[in-house]
Each structure stands twice: as structure tokens, then as C-alpha cells.
Ligand binder design. Structure first.
Ligand code: IPD
Ligand code: CA
Ligand code: CA
Ligand code: CA
Length: 280
């Protein structure tokens, strides 16, 4: 397949190598980082480990594929405007790597063992490889466009749950408190009473991987970025699930307000958010 192999080097193999190397290193630094910076509020953190992980991944990717483009969270100014601009700048690239070097930085900082490395490769704007690695559980989630998605080398399938009532669903508490957090809180108020229960564990990418593997039946969050979503979205699509914006428009790289599920509860989840006006 020409889209996924160049010069004998598989894109997926490089993505896996990057995610596992970065993940192993991050794990050794748990509870052991040196500098904690605030990005634009005390809800939005970065450590030298986030930056080091991104540097490691960037160097490895560009050593293999020097002509590819690279978009990583820590290379972008904080805030939704800057991240939208950063994506627009590279979106047209033939090959674009989209990387969240630690998804779940707040958890990492507090020693709460739920965070991951998220790496996606887009080809002409479409995600073709998605890798999410949880170093604490040594769980590697891998998807290739059209070839399925795997965890521990085993094919993943989304849950078969047909109703919100029987669903375990996850969401997030966005760091941006002007627009994204209030809307998401509205959504939580609307959705929590309708589902079996709700989880807010602090890593969007890992929540998406859990939807892909059937551990969760759905996930939504307002105000995410391309690096939170790109890899996890392919994991879900390749496991038989659905990813869209809060109005049901199919996922593409620019989506920030996301609804993802096994497909069966997608409409019900979108309707619950719409009813509460928690969708835009
Ligand atoms: C954050 C996490 C969190 C979500 C935030 C994200 P970061 O990413 O995914 O679960 O609620 O909206 O920004 O900053 O830890 O990479
Ligand atoms: Ca961050
Ligand atoms: Ca993130
Ligand atoms: Ca991050």
C-alpha cells in the first residue's frame, strides 16, 4: 500500500516506535518532573516532560520522513485561535503528523495514572494512521485506515449497547473556561441523568481509545484540538464506531466539539446535547 509505506519504512511502525519510546520515558518521570508552567490559567499546565516527549517524537518522525509536516501541541501558542491557525497552516500538507505528547498533563502532574501519547498521520487531510499509547498499563491502541484497529494485537470492536440508559459515557472538563467549560457543564447536566454513569478521567485521547475498545459506549467534549482527536477518531472509525461534531457532521481535522460513540447511541447523545443547548 503506497499510502502507508515509503522506502520500505512503514508509517505505522514509526508511529508505534515513537509512541512507545515517548511513553516509556514519560512513565519514568511520573511524580518526578522539574518545572511546571502555567499556559494561560491554573487549569492549563505544561511540564518539561510534555516538551521533551514532543521533541523526541518530532526528531524521530523527521529523521524517518524529513519532508513530512508536523503539528504538536507544545509547538503551538495556547488558546483556541492559535491552535486553529496552526492547523490551517499545515492542513494542506500531503503528509502531516499530529501529536499530543502527553494527553492528560494534569493527571501526569498529580500522579493520577491515566494519560497517554497520541500520534496520528494524515494524508491529504485524512487520518490514515492513529496510535494511542498508555504507558501505565502498557496498552497500545493502533489503527490503520481501512485495516481495522487493534489493542494488544487484538482486533477492537465498539460496544453493542443500543441505549444511553445502558451506556457508560465519558466527557472532559476543558481548560478553557470562557466558552468550552460552561457549555460542557451544561452537557454534563443534561447527559448524566440519561446514562448509566459518566466518567471524567482527564484524557480525551484515552477516552476515545476506550470507546473504540468497547469499554465506553460514548464520549463528547467541547473545545478539543486536532491533537486530542486525530488518532482516537481513527481508532473508533476502524472499530465500527462513529465520530462527528455536536451536530452530527462527520469528523474532520478541524472539529473541536466532538461526539463519538459506538454509532448506536450517537443520535441520542447528540439530541441530549442539542436539547440542553450544550452543542455550540
Ligand atoms: C486535555 C485532556 C483533557 C481534556 C482537555 C484537554 P492535555 O489535554 O485531554 O481530558 O478535558 O480538554 O485539553 O492538555 O492534557 O493534553
Ligand atoms: Ca495541554
Ligand atoms: Ca490533549
Ligand atoms: Ca498534551
Amino acid at each position: 500500500n503506497n499510502a502507508t509505506v515509503i522506502g520500505g519504512k512503514s508509517f505505522t511502525a514509526v508511529a508505534i516506535n515513537c509512541a512507545s519510546k515517548a511513553g516509556e520515558w514519560i512513565k519514568t518521570k511520573l511524580g518526578n518532573y522539574a518545572s511546571l508552567d502555567i499556559k494561560y490559567s491554573s487549569h492549563d499546565l505544561v511540564t518539561e516532560i510534555d516538551k521533551g516527549s514532543e521533541r523526541l517524537i518530532r526528531n524521530l518522525v523527521l529523521t524517518h520522513f524529513p519532508h513530512h509536516s508536523f503539528l504538536g501541541e507544545e509547538g503551538v501558542e495556547p488558546g483556541p485561535e492559535a491552535s486553529t491557525r496552526a492547523l490551517e497552516d499545515v492542513r494542506e500538507a500531503e503528509y502531516l503528523w499530529i501529536v499530543d505528547p502527553i494527553d492528560g498533563t494534569t493527571n501526569f502532574v498529580h500522579g493520577f495514572p491515566y494519560f497517554c501519547v497520541s500520534i496520528a498521520l494524515a494524508y491529504n487531510g485524512e487520518v490514515i494512521v492513529g496510535v494511542v499509547y498508555d504507558p501505565m498499563r502498557d496498552e497500545l491502541f493502533v489503527a490503520e485506515k481501512g485495516k481495522g484497529a487493534y489493542v494488544h494485537g487484538k482486533r477492537m470492536q465498539v460496544s453493542k449497547e443500543e441505549t444511553l440508559r445502558g451506556s457508560l459515557v465519558a466527557t472532559g472538563l476543558p481548560a478553557e473556561h470562557q466558552y468550552a467549560l460552561p457549555l460542557n457543564l451544561k452537557g454534563i447536566q443534561a447527559v448524566a441523568p440519561k446514562v448509566r454513569n459518566l466518567r471524567i478521567a482527564g484524557s480525551a485521547a484515552l477516552h476515545l481509545a476506550y470507546v473504540a475498545s468497547g469499554r465506553l459506549s460514548g464520549f463528547w467534549e467541547i473545545g478539543l484540538n486536532s491533537w486530542d482527536l486525530a488518532a482516537g477518531s481513527l481508532l473508533i472509525q476502524e472499530s465500527g464506531g462513529v465520530v462527528s461534531d455536536t451536530f452530527g457532521k462527520p469528523y474532520e481535522l478541524g472539529v473541536r466539539n466532538v461526539v463519538a460513540s459506538n454509532g448506536l447511541i450517537q443520535e441520542e447523545l447528540i439530541a441530549a446535547l442539542a436539547e440542553a443547548k450544550a452543542n455550540e
